[in-house]
Design a protein around this ligand. Structure first.
Ligand SMILES: Nc1ncnc2c1ncn2[C@@H]1O[C@H](COP(=O)(O)OP(=O)(O)OP(=O)(O)O)[C@@H](O)[C@H]1O
Ligand SMILES: [Mg+2]
Length: 503
């Protein structure tokens, strides 16, 4: 019964899913099991899981010398995802399954001792890669919600090893994943109508949502900054199918549970200010996506910005510019998508009352300077909108919800229209405009040029700040349904740059 078997599977590294050939050889000799091909601890443990799963599924683990090779050898292999292909390889090599029964298939799945299949991480990237190779996939039923989203792939899902052998050997049926569609969840999230007053900040939130601009809210304690910032995702247009698939791919690599109702709402990542640089950027021995990637196609909310570790904030600079983050390890580099919109809040000084007409600030100039130095100039330069959130007068705070407190859904409608205008014109949101795209989309008349020139000199705007102000002005014009950027739009954009608030 000695023999050799080859079965295909998929590894995982970052967002990539490379093919892995599982070779099983059974020779005569003392009963041993050897796994070669740079396997990690979890793969070595596969030996014991596979043995138990085979014996508990109506088969017999062979007695001879079993050598299992996972090729290519230099590919990092993590987790129990190779249990299923190893088990099928062992059964083929030991003559308990026909020789070519798994040809044309790729198999992934972790086995429990009783033979049940358990879900794996990164099922979506694996399925997308299998589709490219024109092969078929057999995977655990627990991953079916994710797998159902990958169109054009022949995929079967199983609950246990016996179902897979029944399908490959005895032509029994194996179900396909239950069809799954993206849905926009009934918006039960925080609503803008809870916020009283703060017309300037509400307007800034609308502009930020419409053009995907980064936003900083600055003001005394208890004025509604956190309240406003948590309402940004509720104003954003729903994700397209491909954007939602990207979001879910990241969640699937991060190992998050993906349930039956797949939401097209943009994601919100809100790390606590004690989060480490690795938690924000992503990393680890087997790099996992960090908060910047969890916020991909959605919002990264940094409450109490100056309280974050400076190193954790500095890593934001690269993804803000490039929309991705590169993580370097001794074992190689990997890259995760990280195209997010940032909303941050801060107080103007440690006591929070600098510039507050009603409460005197107790901080000395050195303390204020030290506090502000926690956020670097280059990071502030990348934030398009800097808005002051002042104290709300008592009568405004106590007024009943009415016309002055518009709901999120009606703002979202305007935002969606303005975004559609941008996509129709330049196939991207205004914040993502660059070079020639910005030049043609954000033309100014002579008056506008003069206005921008004066602001640039007065506020010592960097080239980046000038371009970002132009993008915001373009968004304001889009919200107004205007083809051209009028001086009025530009001056509102300059005011929202609020350069002085954090200088
Ligand atoms: N503009 C407002 N409209 C309605 N409620 C408000 C407003 N501002 C503050 N509140 C009330 O005060 C609470 C605290 O507001 P919030 O947490 O947003 O303050 P903050 O500006 O983030 O303060 P801090 O600087 O201390 O973080 C809110 O939960 C809400 O009940
Ligand atoms: Mg707050």
């Amino acid at each position: 019964m000695a023999g050799l078997a080859r079965v295909w599977s998929r590894g995982q590294s970052g967002m990539q899913s490379e093919p892995v050939r599982v070779e099983v050889d059974i020779g005569s000799g003392l009963p041993t099991v050897l796994i070669v091909g740079l396997p990690e601890t979890a793969v070595r443990e596969a030996r014991d899981r596979v043995r138990a799963a085979i014996n508990n599924s109506g088969f017999k683990f062979p007695d001879g010398r079993v050598t299992i090779n996972l090729a290519p050898a230099d590919l990092p292999k993590e987790g129990g995802r190779f249990d299923l292909p190893i088990a099928i390889g062992v059964l083929i090599a030991s003559g308990q399954m026909p020789e070519h029964c798994a040809d044309g298939y790729e198999l992934i799945g972790e086995l429990a001792l009783g033979g049940e299949l358990r879900s794996i991480r990164a099922a979506i990237p694996a399925a997308l890669a299998v589709r490219q190779y024109d092969r078929k996939l057999i995977a655990p039923s627990d991953n079916q919600h994710e797998l159902a989203l990958v169109n054009g792939l022949d995929v079967r899902v199983a609950d246990c090893l016996a179902q897979v052998t029944g399908f490959l050997r005895d032509d029994r049926t194996l179900p396909r994943p239950i069809a799954n569609t993206l849905s926009v969840a009934a918006s039960g999230g925080p609503d803008l109508k809870d916020v009283r007053g703060q017309h300037g900040a509400r307007r800034a939130l609308e502009v930020a949502a419409a053009g995907r601009h980064h936003l900083l809210l600055c003001g005394p304690p208890g004025t509604g900054k956190t309240l406003l910032a948590t309402r940004l995702t509720g104003l954003l247009p729903p994700l397209t199918e491909s954007e939602a698939l990207e979001v879910l791919s990241i969640r699937s690599v991060a190992g998050d549970c993906i349930d039956a109702r797949l939401c097209a709402e943009p994601p919100l990542a809100a790390p606590h200010h004690s989060a480490s640089m690795t938690a924000i950027a992503g990393g680890g021995t087997h790099p996992r996506p960090g908060e910047v990637s969890r916020a991909h196609n959605g919002v990264l909310f940094l409450d109490e910005l100056p309280e974050f570790e400076r190193r954790a904030l500095e890593v934001l600079r690269e993804p803000i510019e490039s929309g991705r983050i590169v993580i370097s390890r001794v074992s190689g580099q990997c890259q995760f998508p990280a195209r997010f919109q940032m909303v941050a809040t801060m107080n103007p000084c440690p006591c929070g009352h600098l510039g507050d007409p009603e409460v005197m600030c107790t901080c000395g100039p050195t303390a204020v300077a030290r506090y502000r130095r926690r956020i670097s100039g280059p990071l502030l330069d990348r934030i398009d909108l800097h808005v002051t959130v002042p104290r709300v007068p008592f009568d405004v705070l106590r007024e009943p919800a009415g016309d002055a407190t518009e709901s999120s859904s009606s703002v979202r409608q305007r935002v969606t229209e303005a975004r559609a205008r941008q996509l129709g014109r330049q196939s991207c949101a205004n914040a993502d405009l660059s070079g020639a795209g910005l030049e043609s989309a954000a033309k100014l008349d002579q008056q506008g040029e003069m206005l921008l020139g004066r602001a640039a000199t007065k506020f010592k705007l960097s080239a980046r700040a000038i371009h970002r102000t132009l993008k915001v002005a373009r968004t304001i014009a889009d919200l107004a349904g205007s083809h051209d950027i009028a001086p009025l739009h530009l001056s509102e954009a300059i005011a929202m740059r609020g350069v002085d608030t954090v200088d």
